[in-house]
Each structure stands twice: as structure tokens, then as C-alpha cells.
Design a protein around this ligand. Sequence first.
Ligand code: ACM
Length: 687
Amino acid sequence: MRPFLLLFAFLLNYPVFAQSAPPADTRNLLPVPTSVRWGTGKLSWKTMLRPQLQGPADTLTAAAVARTLRRLRRQAPATAAAAATLPLLVRYGNIGQPETFDEERYSLRVTPTGITIDAPTSLGVLRALATLEQLPELEGRHSVLPEVDIQDQPRFAWRGLLIDAARHFMPVSVIKRNLDGMAAVKLNVLHWHLADDQGFRVESRTLPRLHEVSGQYYTQAQVREVLRYAAARGIRVVPEFDVPGHTIAWQAAYPQLASGDTLYKTVYRSWRLANVALDPTKESTYALLDTLFGEMTTLFPDPYFHIGGDENDGRQWRGQPRIMAFAKANGMLKADGKTLDKHALQTYFNRRVLAMVSKYGKQMVGWDEILGPGLPKDAVIQSWRGRKGLYDAAQAGNRAILSNGYYLDLNQSAASHYATDPLPVNNPLTATQQQLILGGEATMWSEFADSVIVDSRIWPRAAAVAERLWSAREITSVPDMYRRLGAVAGQLEGLGLQHRRAPEQLLRQLAGPTADVAPLRTLARVLEPVKEYKRHFQGFTYVPSTPLNRLVDAAPAESDVAREFGCQVDTLLNYHTAAGAGLPATPAARVLLGTLRQQLQTWQANNSRLVPLLAASPTLTEYAPLSAALSTAAALGLERLAQLEKGQAPSVAWRAAALQQLDALNKPAGQTELAVLPHLRRLVESK
Ligand code: ACM
């Protein structure tokens, strides 16, 4: 093999493609590629694909190709005898390094005579393989690969997923299967939140009390195992050691770090925002951080190192005479000469930390609180509190990543994440400033996600973020996104993710060994956990040791059943509007009416099937009002359907009473809410 000649040949036949119109026929591809041309031929599963790699020898690329072939073969009929052996030709120029943002673009061609992947780097090969795994289509009982010519490249270079392994520890197996999920949708940065008030989760050889007080942690060997697993999938791993706030676990290990006078003997056993902070005035604080960061910057090879910096309101600093004296002596008081300029003191701390991180050859990343006068330009800002931080950072000349709008733990819809674009058309940045927007990260904070259910809180919604960050800005069809999200959800289960299996298992556990789980499942599938941070404030105090094994934990973050019901209601109401009165006498309208009626009848009847179980199980009793509400609301929906069918307009009195009833039913229980109520409201409201 002569890599140089090969590269030359490769560049000649590899056009840098211009932005073209968004592909119309997206099939199961997520994220949508830059350009897709479907052919009419196909590659049958009677074919054996023989990999042929042309590029610098690389075991990771060879392993990735073999992995994809194994996965594709699993979809072939077991009895398929190979009728032909055709090439899977993989040509790449260089071995790509994810940490230097090497190119990820690729072309993928499937024809009846074989498959060809061309990419400037091996990273492009990995992305092409991810696309290839989404190509199989069922033809009769067999899956085939359709003929296609795909050219693809990412819109943003930084496409991340944050996993909080500090609040609930996430074993290596959880991280690995989520890395597989990330690779499938072309996410390329794992932001590993490793330390918080509730735990410090990495073995430290230099400061072992940090992990010892925390109980569950990753050994350094396990960290390296995860890093290798990620690298093999073209994924960077950025560790976060959050300072100066969120540090009770650190203070439990090394009390001399504390600003306040409270002595923490254990890690924090609460979810309340603690607002504790490291003492920024003591040289011993920096000596300890320097020791730790020296060790951790060696363990984690990525050039970026996240130091957190969020949610320190400065109350401990203001309350400590020693710290106030330091602030006074160093000109960190406000104009009144008395009040602490918290930002000035934290910027001093940040600069000290940045110097350390730089000394170890890393670029510092921090949450948007660290942005302000005096922050050096080489710090990267991760914006979580709003879009403003992102643009302020770029306008100040700092690189920036968007997470606001991508908080998976807030249980918002995939559509809302999908609509969040780091650089929408009307953004306020100049072309040069736009270059500083590196991309974004979905965040999975883990107050309400343990290792069992975390997949169901990440997937499939994280895939909507992945598409927003990879695909062209013009790819915005929400129905098409949801259709493909459903396909990806199935694909991910095949890769070992448990976003469907784990909630189902939890339902079975809740129903007990003797009861039929079906009625409980029917209810659970139309429930969603309350949104945003409301779960903390609904009559149930969660602490880190609270088991996450109630119905709220089995409820989907976004109910597919409710969303699909909502789409059907809208379609029916569109028919109704077009017909003027009642419904048109078309087969489509009749079928839809029948589907909706059947769904509503199921919900109406579900309560009486479920009541015995709800009454018998102490952990389920609190959900009884929601089961009853579903039944009552469904009955109202059925009344409205009957009116529509007969072409009767509802009386003003009927509608008013029905809406009042729906409002009364709209009460969360057990930190969940009925996700179908807004859709039933639209149905009942219709004239
Ligand atoms: C954060 O959510 N406190 C970064």
C-alpha cells in the first residue's frame, strides 16, 4: 500500500461538496446527511461483503468495519447462503484524531455491485459506517441495502452528550452502551461530569480521600477502558471537575478546602443547591488543585479540560471574614467598599485555575458564569443559563458551546430540543464570531436518573440534538424527525441501550409477579414526569438515596403515545374544518375516527382494570387519581367524537362544562402528569 499516492488519487475524485437543497427522502437516516441520491437498485443479503481497506494501517478502522459488518449480518436471514462476494471498499487518507477536530466528512456509495466509502480521515469512515448501519430496508421478509450515493459532513465540530456520573454513579457498562448510542447518531464528545457535591467519581492516586469518601468511583484502569472504547468510535472524552462550587465531596475529603465553617463529614446527601465553594484565598487550595489537575490531565488525553464554575452565589465567601479581608486587600469589593464583588473573586480563581490547566497543556472549558471581564480569550464557554451566554462569549472573542435548550433531564420534547439552533438565521453574530460557536451538548444531569433508567432519559431525545448539530440548518421537519427518531430508538435497543427495556422491567416489578402489566403500561405510556425542576417541589423530597423505582421513573420523558394521539386529533380536526360540519365521508376520515375511538375506549376502560392493582400496591396508590382522570377525560373525548360523527356542533354549555372538567383533571400526582390532556382539550374545544 502506498498511502501518499492513494491520498492523491483520493483527493482528485473527492469534490468538496457545496450546500445543496435538503434531501427530501430521508428514510431512516438520522442525522440527515448533507446530500442523498437514492438509486433504484439494491444490494441483496445473499451477498457477502468483503472489507477492503485502503489507507494507512489502522486497527481501530479495521475493527469498526468488522463491527458494522457483524451488525448488518445480524439483520440478514440466518439461512441466507452467499450468492456472491462483493467488496466493501473503504478508502481514507489519514488516521483521524477526534481531539484535533479532524475532518469527519465522507462519501458512501451503495450499488448492486458493492459498497464504497471515501473519506479524508478514518473519522469520516466511522461516520460513514454509522450511516451504512441505518440503510437496511425490509423487502418482504428480508432486509436489503438500497442503492444510494451519500455525501455528508457535519455542521458543527463539537456535538456532545454530558453524562452526570457524580450524582448517580454510572457504571462503565452504562457509559459504554451510551457511547455506542452516541456513535450511531454521530455525537462525538462525551462530557463526563465526574465530581459534584454528592460524589467524586475517579480514583485519584495523589489525593485518594477524594474517591474514598465517595464510595462508588471509576478506577483509573476503568477510565482508560472507557477512553479506548470512545476513541475507537471517534468520540472525545472531556472530563469535568466542577470548581469552586459543587464541591462538598471534595470538602468531605479535604476539609481545608472549605470556605465556610461547616465541617462536612460525608458527601452531600441532598439535592438542594448547596452554594458551598472552595476557599479561593488559600495557596493550599491551589496546591491541591494543581496536584489533582496534574494527575487528571495526564489520565485524560483530550486537549479540553472542564472546570465547571457554575452556581456559586458567593454566600460562603461573603460570610467568611478571612475571605472578605482578602477581597478588600485585592480590590475585589464593589464601589461601596463593603460588598464582595463575587465575580471579581471568582475571575481571580478562574485565572489561577486556567494557568494550571494551561501549564498542563489543556484548554479550559467552563459554564457561562465564568464569562466576564478579565477572562482570558482561550477559555471555552458552555452556555446553560440562556442563549445570551453563548453570544456574549463569541462577541468577547471566546469559543462557545450551547447547552441551554438541550437539557435532557428537564423532560422536554424532542421537538423543543430540535428547534434549538446554536446559530439560527437571525443570530446576532458576525461571520467571524460565528466561527467561535463550536457546537452544542445535550446534558443528562442525574438527580432523577440512576444507572437503570438513565438510557430512557437520554434516548431517543438526544438523537434530535445530534441531528440539529450535524445536519444542515434547513433540516427542520418535526414530523419527519419523529418518524426517524422512532426508527433510531429501535436501532439503539439493538445496540444494547435499555431505554425501552428498563422502563418495561420497572413496570413489571411494580405490577408484581401475578398481575397483568398491560393496564399499568397503558397508563404509564401516557404519563410524563413533571417538567423542568418541578419534580423537586411536589410534596416528595428526593435525596440521593431515594430509589428511582416508582411509576414516574417508568413514565417516558416524552410520551410517544400522547404525541401520536395529538397528531391524530389534529388531522381529524383538519378534516372537520375542511368539511365545514361534521367529518367528510372519506375512508381516511372514517379510519381515523375509528382509531381515535378505539384509543379513547381503551383509556376509558383502563381505570377499572387498573384499580385493583393501584389499591393493592402502596407505591402505586398515589397514581390512582391519574388513572381515574384518564378515564374521565377519555369519556369526554368520546362524546366529542360522537358529535363530530353526527355532524352536531357541541352546545356552548357542553363545551364549557367539558373544559372545566378537563382543567380540574389536570393535576399532577406522584410527580407525573397526563400527557394526553392538552390533545383532548383541543378535541373538546373544537367547534
Ligand atoms: C448547570 O446546570 N449548573 C451547569
